[in-house]
Design a protein around this ligand. Structure first.
Ligand code: ATR
Length: 270
């Protein structure tokens, strides 16, 4: 049966094997998907050994996302834009393609949630690697405005300039955020430290959705804060399943139904 893997260090915590096993069962496609622990100093060697075993593709997680980009024969446009690779694909010519499915995964999840996108005002908090990969797919959903707010203002304005082809993207600091939004996406790693960026309390419009790219058994500090405004709050577990579904699609050409897989993961988190 076709062989896939997730490479990381550490990798034991990865939910990807469970997610892809779920896709395989759902679609009656007997793929094997294994966690592979590579030493930090020899990811390329372990990738080559995996290919020699017949491996057809892999997900790549911390700390190998940049190295994966370096060993790929070519990069997809979206991997170039994100500046990182989370998916390696062996194409039919035997070339290794580096792809990034995080942005598509977020959009899959936002569409599942029927989130306000087209004509909506979207605010993205953060300007790091997680944001670079999602701006293009968010813009393709045709929002009326996209604001990037970040602690380090220069990073937000630089990103906004790079992506602002249609004059709808603006970068600023947290204190300068103006207006209300239909969708607010937290892509800062502040949640990891249990911190909340200094946000105005006039952020959410009627019917807004607060989305955190992070997830956990308990709501993140950002979602706890958003809940006090009575808006709909969703964490990033669905984005995780979404990026997996997009990787699966690149490898197998089929689209799994993410809903039951997400429900099973959610049950395990509790
Ligand atoms: P990632 O790949 O997860 O985006 P990153 O590239 O290191 O990681 O970016 C982390 C993001 O979280 C950045 O936008 C960072 O803000 P700075 O650019 O000012 O560093 C943001 N961040 C991290 N800790 C934060 C905190 N305590 N408060 C607000 N923003 C924070």
């Amino acid at each position: 049966s076709p062989l896939y893997a997730v490479f990381g260090n550490p990798v034991a915590h990865s939910k990807s094997p469970q997610i892809h096993a779920g896709f395989a069962a759902q679609l009656s496609d007997p793929v094997r998907y294994e966690p592979r622990l590579a030493p930090v100093d020899d990811f390329p060697g372990h990738w080559r050994a995996f290919m020699a075993e017949g491996g057809r593709g892999a997900n790549v997680t911390v700390p190998f996302k940049q190295e994966a980009a370096a060993l790929a024969d070519r990069l997809s446009d979206r991997a170039q834009q994100a500046g990182a690779v989370n998916t390696l694909i062996l194409d039919r010519n035997g070339e290794v393609v580096g792809d990034n499915t995080d942005g598509a995964g977020l959009l899959l999840d936002l569409k599942r949630l029927e989130a306000p996108l087209e004509g909506a005002r979207i605010l993205v908090l953060g300007a790091g690697g997680a944001v670079r990969g999602v701006l293009q797919p968010l813009l393709e959903a045709q929002p009326s405005a996209l604001v990037i707010a970040n602690r380090t203002i220069d990073k937000a304005t630089a990103l906004a300039e790079r992506f602002d082809i249609q004059g709808r993207v603006r970068g600023c600091g947290f204190e300068e955020i103006k207006g209300r939004f239909d969708l607010v996406i937290n892509a800062t790693s502040a949640s990891l430290a249990g911190e909340l960026p200094p946000l105005p309390d006039t952020l959410f419009d009627e019917g807004a959705l607060a989305y955190d790219m992070m997830y956990g058994a308990a709501p993140t500090v950002f979602l706890q804060w958003a809940q006090t405004f009575g808006v709909r709050c969703v964490d990033g577990l669905g984005m995780l399943v979404g990026q997996a579904a997009e990787s699966w699609y690149q490898w197998r050409g089929t689209r799994p139904d993410t809903t039951p897989i997400l429900a099973a993961l959610r049950a395990d988190l509790r």
